[in-house]
Design a protein around this ligand. Structure first.
Ligand code: GLA
Length: 373
């Protein structure tokens, strides 16, 4: 009797589970909900395209988004007085609709910034006041448009050299060292509630990290509203050591700022250069030995990548409350910039989902860290 009553109930329950997709893979954003946000970078073609597999994965797994290009100066402000907001609007709307933390990337950078920004009508460098006025207009317009929707900005991107000195960018040459403080002040003026980050690569290496610490201390002493540091996280299999990641997080925590891992990927391909810098301008010729996995990733490398990811996430969790977001630079391996950098036309495997939208062993390894840090 009891058995007869129970079986329809079990059937209904089981059917319900299938219908709601409860049997589907667990979500990174849920696994780390008490620790940090889990983000991914979005391309405009994902938002305008019809790849339902990818969109479903984004909505299921991530609670934060970064735009790969839509908010960089060149795409959003290609000519004086002309803004192209369509892709950025689509990006922000997607985040709002899906209740995601929306990142603004990036306001002041030496790359993907049109040359007119730094020049007058005759092609000569503008003076400090003109460049400051252009920077302020850009920041007030772009940050102001998404006030209250974009939760955090990468205000200044990659201002440091590997030795910790300031990069000789047109910003530095024309304005002087305080261009960084000014960018933060303008961003704060445009949206006083937004988180404001300094974002860079290789901050795990001591010399560059010292430069960042010096920079942040100076900004803080001047009352500049900096809330966090972004470690880009363009990592290799052998670099940085987890201890270097922990040390960087520790050092920035001591300054009272939050740390975000902003562009995470782990390159398993043979190195084309000994440099650890994620310098976008690097470009090396394609040679067969630099592209060994064109037909698939050997299991030994999959497993090594899984272990590497587990070690990195263990490092991110080491100091509770410091890392507030971990954002991957792409969703599946097919999305990754590493298919074309620093060598064009390779088959890269740096992310947690494969080209068929399936989780890789590294995905399982990261989830396990959430359960047993
Ligand atoms: C840098 C930038 C990103 C992106 C990557 C490469 O890290 O911050 O916006 O351009 O390079 O894709």
């Amino acid at each position: 009797m009891k058995k007869n009553l129970l079986s329809p109930v079990i059937l209904i329950l089981f059917g319900g589970l299938l219908a709601t997709g409860v049997h589907a893979q667990p979500a990174l954003k849920d696994a780390f909900k008490d620790d940090f946000l889990i983000g991914t970078a979005l391309r405009d073609s994902q938002l305008t395209g019809e790849n339902t597999n990818e969109m479903a994965l984004i909505q299921a797994q991530f609670n934060a988004i970064s735009p790969d290009n839509a908010l960089k100066w060149k795409p959003v402000h290609p000519e004086p007085g002309r803004f192209n907001f369509a892709p950025a609007d689509r990006y922000v709307e997607f985040g709002v609709k899906n209740h995601m933390f929306i990142v603004g990337h990036t306001l002041v950078w030496h790359d993907q910034t049109p040359s007119w920004v730094f020049q007058d009508d005759k092609g000569n460098p503008v003076d400090r006041d003109t460049l400051l006025a252009r920077m302020r207009e850009h920041i007030l317009t772009v940050v102001g448009r998404y006030k209250g929707k974009i939760g955090g900005w990468d205000v200044v991107n990659e201002a440091l050299n590997e030795d910790g000195t300031l990069r000789q960018s047109p910003w530095l040459k024309i304005i002087g060292e305080d261009y960084i403080a000014k960018a933060f002040e303008y961003a704060h003026e445009a949206d006083p509630k937004a988180q404001l980050n300094y974002n860079d690569f290789s901050l795990e290496n001591a010399p560059k990290r010292e430069g960042a610490i010096k920079l942040i201390k100076k900004l803080q002493a001047q009352g500049v509203p900096i809330t966090g540091v972004g470690l880009e996280g363009h990592y290799k299999m052998g670099w940085p050591a987890p201890a270097q990641v922990e040390a960087a997080i520790d050092d920035f925590a001591k300054l009272g700022v939050k740390v975000a891992i902003t562009e995470l990927d782990v390159d398993v391909l043979p190195a084309a250069t000994q440099s650890q810098a994620a310098e976008v301008s690097m470009n090396f010729a394609l040679r067969a030995e630099l592209n060994p996995y064109t037909t698939g990733l050997p299991d030994s490398v999959q497993q090594a990548l899984a272990k590497r990811y587990a070690d990195l996430f263990t490092a991110f969790l080491k100091q509770p409350g410091v890392v507030n977001r971990v954002t991957f630079w792409g969703v599946t391996d097919a999305d990754s910039w590493l298919n074309n950098w620093p060598v064009r036309g390779r088959t890269a495997y740096p992310l947690l989902f494969n080209r068929d939208y399936q989780p890789k062993p590294a995905f399982e390894a990261v989830l396990k860290v959430a359960q047993h840090p």
